[in-house]
Ligand binder design. Structure first.
Ligand SMILES: [Zn+2]
Length: 108
């Protein structure tokens, strides 16, 4: 077994306003080392509580840590509340979905 813990505060780019959005990274993985090419049973593969890590002669720890961090990052980080760049002084904002919400629930 190999326990991997990584934590820290990462500045990610907000996908809406492109400013930095802090992300509290907290990775805590327990990996079961198995020989590369080892056959795992279907039950083992479907068990979500276990993580298997095939290992050849040497384990590239930096690559492993990098992969675990990438898996933990949100796909599209965003602030809870923010606007598009330049939207603040663009006057009244037009919501393209406002019309759609009026149609909700109506029969065709
Ligand atoms: Zn933002």
């Amino acid at each position: 077994m190999l326990q991997l813990e990584v934590s820290g505060l990462l500045p990610l780019a907000c996908q809406r306003c492109l400013e930095a959005v802090p992300f509290d990274l907290d990775v805590d993985s327990l990996l079961e080392l198995v020989p590369a090419g080892a056959e795992l049973s279907q039950d083992e593969l479907e068990d979500d509580t276990r993580d298997f890590l095939p290992v050849e002669r040497e384990l590239d720890v930096v690559e492993l840590v990098e992969d675990e961090i990438l898996l933990a990052l949100p796909v599209a980080p965003r602030h809870e509340k923010c606007g598009l760049p330049g939207a603040a002084d663009a006057g009244e904002r037009i919501n393209p979905f406002a019309k759609l919400s009026g149609l909700k629930g109506k029969p065709n």
